[in-house]
Design a protein around this ligand. Sequence first.
Ligand SMILES: N[C@@H](CCC(=O)N[C@@H](CS)C(=O)NCC(=O)O)C(=O)O
Length: 217
Amino acid sequence: MHNIVKLHLRYFPFPGRAGAIRDTFQIGSVDFEDVHVPYEQFQGLKAADEFPFGALPVLDVETTMGKMRVAQSNAILRFAGRLAGLYPVDNAVLALKVDEALDLGEEINELLEPSLREQDNEKKMAMRKVLVDETLPCWLGYFERLLVANGRTGFIVDDSLSVADLKLYWICDFLTNGSLDGIPTSLLDRFETITDWYKNIGRVRELRLAEASRTAS
Ligand SMILES: N[C@@H](CCC(=O)N[C@@H](CS)C(=O)NCC(=O)O)C(=O)O
């Protein structure tokens, strides 16, 4: 039996692929240490082969049976969701729908990756133009279809908060918070159902975090 003794989440000091994981642990009052790794330190640790797949986030899981370091943001988020009650452990069909949305989130993250890595500003802006004009509207359209098919409940799956909402919430935040040159903060405006869902999750997330912090104090 692997009883959990300690959890350490390691990621950069911004939300990125860890925002949803941090929220999930906090909302579920799951005790974890949120370790922020500055980029310069990451490079040294990566060179020393400290990360299973050479990237962050990683979760260090200490159990009564020993310690392990685990990679892949969606695997860590599902694990956090199981502990926090934000993943449908008893319903295989709902779990399938949550997984579908988590992978949709990673598809979008992967589409952004090349322009994030590009050093030449002119090339970066050309890549961002294709993202804004073609690629992101296509994938946001797929996302909107999921929300419509779920009956516009304000949640991605069924009628309550899951890790899928938190994952896509932070991706939408990244796309519209003005930090990505060449991607307008109005990107979501023409997707009415996504916009309504995003506002709802913003509210629900705040409420659930506040509730959890009241319970803890
Ligand atoms: N598929 C992986 C991707 C991880 C990934 O690419 N992480 C980025 C940060 S979001 C990273 O560590 N980048 C630094 C690097 O690869 O040098 C996951 O979902 O965790």
